[in-house]
Design a protein. Sequence first.
Length: 270
Amino acid sequence: MTRKRDFLKNSMIVAAHPDDELLWFGSILKDVDRVVIAFEDYWPDPKMGEARRKALAEFPHHNVSSLAIDEAATYGLANWQSPELSEYGILLNKRYKRRILKQKVKRFLGMSAAPKITIREHYKSNFFRLYNELKPQLTSDMNVFTHNPWGEYGHEDHIQIFRVLEKLSQEIGFKLWMSNYCTERSLPLAMTYFGNHELNTIQLPVNKRYADKVADVYKRAGCWTWCDEWKWFDHELFIEAPREQKLSQTQSKLIPLNLFNINPVASAAS
């Protein structure tokens, strides 16, 4: 039997939402040892959690688990023209107040199980929940694959997952790898991670046949959150995660990116 490549030994994908493990890690999804999904229930759409649980129960990978954390519904609430990180992920802008009002109305009408805390408080509490849930599952000899620090197309939850694992990697010592997907929206934040150092990278072909198989599971369950016209990239590049932002450089090397432009569906959960 062919031995696994070193970077896939004792390997784990940690993804924010069900289908993220597919969209950004399609070249390694079939081969990693474990897949861990962070979020399930999504209060703006009360049906989403059950649909996700159904999809995960039918998932073709042999070792997939969910932390079953409730989403804070933060997508689109950061200032992506001038993004600023926080201790818990990324700073949310004033628009979040309008979503809090929507949250209160839905809760009043009995339309969802929206939490009674604010979205900012929920986002902050999720950071600590993620940290405490993931820490016992990680060891120093692991290869952990996760979102990049600009959140692929700019998702606040993706950034939070990266920040949690960045902290845990510094404490535990496992090797942390990030995806190379990016959009124009998230590029300003991505630019702050470009540096003049040599990058430790791995390029692999996307397993499109397996990706289609997994996507069909989500579509049948009714929780596919991406567009049906999405075309898989031919290759993905995984980059050993930087230890910090590179905010001021006389010369910066562009990280090879899978750059795309897309409008996610209204739920914006992935």
